[in-house]
Design a protein around this ligand. Structure first.
Ligand code: C5P
Length: 280
């Protein structure tokens, strides 16, 4: 048998709203969050080569040299877990990741890469949806959402998903201040706030496709990691701004493409990692 390649896009996510509801006995936090996928993506190419000795090997390679190439890479872990669950063996698995999503940024890049591996492999080796979902949750709290994408409400650790209508046409400017954030550390030090998202109004705005209202109801329980970034987006004309996940990325929602383009130029002069994206 010859080798073959599977290709997938792994889209970044933003949290339009994120409430931390409380700490659980298992150390995780109960959340309620609305996530949306955006057009900034990594490209994955997974090459499977049957190996003569019948033993599987897994490795990754990336244009970003900071990415681990072994099992510390969530995409490699996803492939290994998938093969074990599927009872498939005897392949050398090589994952090439063209990385565009900044790492440790609150944009779900690693989770999305892992979900893309699960999607790609299940297109070749069919796997029941429920097993795929449990593999995803074992890989990380955001991976079940990344498997599905689009706009979803995520509850529990992040695995209880309710699909929601897509975002109306808009432009989302993402900017990543140069600060590294550890999600675990951010959760450890967070104080559960009293002020929560108005879910009724936010969901109603989404159903009415009212982008200005959606932007106005965006909220995040985590304190801003870099307060200037949101202020810059606000001054550049964003309808609303919020930090994504545990940060440090922040994003602004724009109705007008020209204003969004202008905002990207202004923000890039301060924060190199600024991206113009659209909902996908
Ligand atoms: O699930 P994941 O590995 O992405 O989570 C990273 C860390 O973030 C966890 O070890 C946990 O400390 C924290 N976390 C949490 N509650 C969640 C999701 C993550 O406390 N719902």
């Amino acid at each position: 048998m010859k080798s073959f390649a599977l290709r997938e896009n792994a889209y970044a996510k933003v949290n339009l709203a994120l409430d931390i509801l409380g700490k659980r006995a298992d150390g995780y936090h109960d959340l309620k969050t609305m996530m949306a996928s955006v057009s900034l993506c990594d490209d994955l190419e997974i090459t499977l080569t049957p190996c003569a000795d019948g033993r599987e090997r897994f490795a990754a390679e990336s244009n970003n040299p900071a990415l681990p190439t072994d099992d510390d890479n969530l995409a490699v872990k996803a492939a290994r877990m998938f093969f074990l669950a599927a009872g498939v063996a005897g392949y050398e698995v090589h994952i090439r990741i063209e990385k565009r999503i900044p790492v440790c940024a609150g944009l779900g890049g690693g989770s999305s890469d892992a979900a893309a591996v699960l999607r790609a492999l299940s297109s070749r080796f069919p796997m029941p949806e429920s097993i795929l979902e449990s593999l995803a949750l074992n890989l990380g709290s955001d991976v079940p959402y990344c498997l599905r994408g689009g706009v979803c409400l995520a509850e529990g650790r992040g695995e209880r998903l309710t699909p929601l209508p897509s975002l109306p046409d808009c432009h989302i400017v993402l900017t990543v201040p140069p600060v590294r954030v550890s999600t675990a550390a951010a959760f450890q030090s967070v104080v559960v706030p009293a002020m929560k998202t108005d879910w009724v109004l936010l969901t109603d705005a989404l159903r009415r496709r009212d982008i200005a209202a959606i932007a106005g109801y965006m909220k995040n329980s985590f304190p801003d990691v870099h307060s200037d970034a949101r202020e810059c987006l606000r001054r550049a004309g964003a309808l609303g701004t919020v930090m994504s996940g545990s940060g440090p990325s922040v994003f602004g929602v724009f109705h007008d493409e020209a204003i969004a383009n202008q905002a990207v130029r202004k923000l890039r002069a301060i924060f190199l990692n600024t991206f113009l994206t659209k909902p996908v």
